[in-house]
Ligand binder design. Structure first.
Ligand SMILES: *[C@@H]1O[C@H](CO)[C@@H](O)[C@H](O)[C@H]1NC(C)=O
Ligand SMILES: *[C@@H]1O[C@H](CO)[C@@H](O)[C@H](O)[C@H]1NC(C)=O
Ligand SMILES: *[C@@H]1O[C@H](CO)[C@@H](O)[C@H](O)[C@H]1NC(C)=O
Ligand SMILES: *[C@@H]1O[C@H](CO)[C@@H](O)[C@H](O)[C@H]1NC(C)=O
Ligand SMILES: *[C@@H]1O[C@H](CO)[C@@H](O)[C@H](O)[C@H]1NC(C)=O
Ligand SMILES: *[C@@H]1O[C@H](CO)[C@@H](O)[C@H](O)[C@H]1NC(C)=O
Length: 436
């Protein structure tokens, strides 16, 4: 008996040792390295914090590909349409079990108004920061021997290249604590003044659902922080931001769940591991906003006018809970639904139902459900608060969790119960028609 007892600590030690994952070693295997000039305008590297992201080309800046700088907070309204008044739009009636219900569908009698409601407010690009050489735009053809690496563990992009035989090195980092990007640019060309920084501010955005650059109206260190904020605010020093951001990334990778498939003999394990790591980099940069969910293309470019889609919040944000990073989940839920609650209660009421009918394609300023043939009829976002609340409850199965979600869940349930229509022929409840 005595010898069995004394084995316990040894067994535990062995178990602990063989289970401990060297996260840094695994994460660091999947740095993104680029040794060719990218001419593909859909593949920037990114730094950012979920509310803000800065997208870079091979120069570690926005030099020859004018990638975007996007945030969760910078929105804009186009001029009002010339034909028609926004307040005349009331949706389009469709017969729904014997009564006319108005759905958020483009009104053929108010085409400009409908289009304006789809496209406003829209998210705007904050600006472009790039390199200028000898007073002119630096062309891709002038950038030789590019070697770029995103150090995933530390969140640092290092971009090296030559211009006219002179070496240039640019180090780019974001910040978790402010909407800033910091640069350190090392080159003889900075000292001679041949290499300069160019700032370019966009206006107005061109609206399309395809990837596009924004339109632009048209300083040698160099080390600087570029801080973007809705209100005047002093940027922290580059060194401060650099240190705290790398520390933030190290903490991010060290906390929450981690999947290690590196000892699998399956030849696909490496690619699976790469995707597990890089997708977590991406969600920290694009999917960790306060009180809102990302648009489909995150903070890389504007898809649907920068708006997001409420039926997609589960795959954009539920993972924070299942991966043990619930603070990011708590930054979004249930606040997002609470923001939409007044307009969603109103929407359901106008349509003749109880509770809250959640919007589809929207933003948190107006909560308006953007008119659309599918948008107006889509239903599968309605029960999502229940699923999300259940995920959160599994982590904290307390009365507080229930109370925190109560208003949102009750309004969700009230809507769903009143929306379902009892079909007396089949004896079942039908959803719609119409519905998508
Ligand atoms: C990734 O970057 C880190 C930091 O520079 C470095 O230590 C690591 O070796 C790199 N990984 C690879 C596979 O090169
Ligand atoms: C750009 O890269 C993406 C991802 O690799 C690829 O799907 C796309 O086809 C490329 N586009 C062009 C124009 O080469
Ligand atoms: C844009 O218009 C909406 C009303 O549709 C308003 O609530 C919002 O404050 C406006 N936003 C800006 C940035 O002007
Ligand atoms: C639009 O309609 C509202 C409500 O009827 C009215 O108060 C407003 O003056 C109208 N706006 C314009 C530009 O006609
Ligand atoms: C629904 O509205 C249409 C016109 O938009 C009207 O012709 C029809 O009679 C209405 N039906 C009911 C049941 O109110
Ligand atoms: C009721 O259900 C039956 C059987 O599924 C279906 O054929 C019928 O169209 C439904 N009635 C209505 C009004 O939707």
């Amino acid at each position: 008996m005595a010898s069995t007892t004394s084995l316990w600590p040894i067994l535990l030690l062995i178990t602990t040792a063989s289970c401990a994952i060297n996260r840094q070693a695994i994460v660091s295997r999947y740095n993104v390295t680029r040794t060719a000039l990218i001419d593909n305008n859909t593949t920037p590297l990114q730094v950012g914090n979920g509310n803000f992201a800065y997208n870079v080309d091979n120069t570690g800046m926005q030099t020859f590909l004018p990638f975007n700088t996007l945030s969760s907070w910078a929105w804009h309204n186009d001029s009002l349409p010339e034909n028609g008044n926004i307040s005349d739009y009331h949706g389009v009636p469709m017969l729904t079990h014997g009564r006319n219900v108005s759905y958020d569908i483009p009104d053929p009698n108010l085409p400009e108004v409908s289009q304006w409601l789809i496209g406003n407010p829209n998210r705007i690009n904050l600006g472009r920061i790039g390199l200028k050489y000898k007073g002119a735009a630096l062309q891709a053809a002038q950038i030789l021997n590019p070697v770029q690496e995103l150090d995933v563990w530390n969140g640092v992009i290092t971009s090296a290249f030559d211009i006219d035989g002179e070496a240039v090195k640019v180090i780019t980092q974001g910040d978790f604590d402010s909407d800033s990007v910091v640069f350190r640019i090392e080159s003889e060309l900075v000292i001679s003044g041949a290499l300069e920084i160019e700032l370019d501010f966009p206006y107005p955005p061109i609206h399309s659902t395809k990837y596009k650059y924004e339109v632009f109206v048209g300083v040698g260190v160099l080390e600087f922080s570029a801080n973007f904020a809705p209100e005047n605010q002093r940027a922290d020093l580059p060194d401060t931001i650099r240190r705290r951001n790398s520390k933030g990334w190290n903490q991010y990778w060290s906390q929450g769940g981690f999947v290690d498939v590196t000892s699998s003999p399956n030849p696909k394990a490496d690619e699976l591991q790469r995707r597990i790591i890089l997708s977590q980099y991406h969600v920290r940069v694009n999917s960790a906003a306060d009180g809102q969910s990302p648009q489909e293309s995150g903070l890389m470019n504007n898809g649907w006018y920068g708006k997001f889609h409420v039926e997609q919040v589960v795959w954009h944000n539920a993972h924070w809970c299942t991966w043990g990073r619930e603070s990011h989940f708590d930054n979004v839920f249930p606040q997002l639904y609470e923001t939409f609650l007044p307009s969603s209660l109103e929407r359901a009421k106008l349509m003749g139902w109880e509770g809250a009918r959640w919007p589809k394609m929207t933003e948190t300023i107006t909560g308006r459900s953007s008119p659309g043939g599918i948008n107006g009829l889509l239903l599968w976002q309605q029960p999502h608060p229940m699923y999300l609340a259940e995920l959160r409850y599994k982590i904290s199965p307390t009365k507080e969790t229930l109370e925190r979600w109560d208003r949102v869940l009750t309004a969700t349930a009230d809507y769903m119960a009143s929306y379902a229509w009892l079909n007396e022929t089949s004896g079942r409840y039908d959803l719609g028609p119409p519905r998508v």
